[in-house]
Design a protein around this ligand. Structure first.
Ligand code: PAF
Length: 282
């Protein structure tokens, strides 16, 4: 496994890959790797010749300074894990090399970011759009791998790739969950034992709501019931519980069979903000 810290260092290996007709799979991460990341890496190793993983905690996508400062950084543990997974290359850039100056560019994703994550974390998706574009330009992969857990991020990145004509394919990997259903996230490691237990409210409410919809219950009534159950949990602070189109993020007021729909939730558990989503397949 080769670790490189700058685009110039990577260029040689990229040229070599190009010359030998090797395809490059890319898994961008912010580190603190968990089984969800490993699934992305395994998907990349299965479908490409060389896998590059980046580890970079991107400051411009955080809308809360404390969240950025407390974001877990576990570089040596991550590198050990990547070595075990037989990853070919790790891109580990410094903050200064990625942002010699604070970018003045701003992405505006229109309706896609007026709701849910975009509404509660203004500027977040612009930060994601910028870093992902930079990483795509540096790595120049054939396929990039992302997790479905960040459903709105996936929709945003699809737009970035389409609108800027990045010559690559996106491969989306389904959400990986703990045995009890909690979606894997690097933020889970910041939960106390009690918070970890209460964090299940996200998955449980999604499952409950999905089953209610599939037995023809009215969405707005189900949503109200779920909001009340979050209100009743002292450690939880719900931000949204919405039924949306998984690509346009149009917010639905009712569930229609045959129409692509996902339920998305974001809630604080203690001080930790968690998100999750579930597609409704009638
Ligand atoms: O999903 C993440 O971990 C980040 O948003 C990403 C795509 C690595 C960009 O910083």
């Amino acid at each position: 496994m080769q670790v490189f810290k700058s685009g110039t260092e990577w260029q040689k290996s990229w040229l070599q890959a190009l010359k030998t007709n090797k395809t490059i799979g890319f898994v961008p991460t912010m580190g603190a790797l968990h089984k969800g990341h490993l699934e992305l890496i395994r998907a990349s190793k299965k479908s490409t010749d060389l896998t590059v993983v980046s580890i970079f905690v991107n400051p411009i996508q955080f809308t809360n300074q404390e969240d950025f400062e407390k974001y877990p950084v576990l570089t040596s543990q991550d590198l050990e894990l990547l070595q075990k997974e037989k990853v070919d290359f790790v891109f580990l850039p410094s903050q200064e090399s990625i942002y010699p100056e604070k970018p003045i560019l701003n992405f505006n994703f229109g309706n896609l970011e007026r709701v849910l994550e975009g509404e509660f974390r203004p500027g977040h998706f612009s930060g994601v759009g910028i870093i992902v574009s930079k990483l795509f330009n540096i790595i120049r992969p054939n396929i990039a791998f992302f997790g479905q857990k960040d459903l709105q991020q996936v929709a945003i990145i699809k737009k970035v790739v389409q609108d800027l004509s990045f010559p690559l394919k996106l491969h989306i990997v389904p959400t990986i969950r703990e045995k009890d259903g909690l979606a894997l996230s690097s933020r889970n490691m910041r939960l106390s034992v009690q918070e970890r237990e209460k964090a299940l409210i996200l998955y449980n409410s999604l499952e409950f709501a999905k089953n209610e919809l599939l037995t023809n219950k009215d969405w707005l009534a189900v949503r109200k019931q779920m909001m009340l159950s979050f209100e009743a949990e002292p450690l939880a602070k719900l931000e949204y519980f919405e039924l949306v189109h998984p690509e346009t993020f149009q917010v639905f007021e009712e569930f229609e069979r045959g129409k692509k729909s996902s339920i998305c939730v974001a809630s604080f558990i203690g001080n930790i903000r968690l998100i999750d989503n579930l597609p409704i397949i009638p």
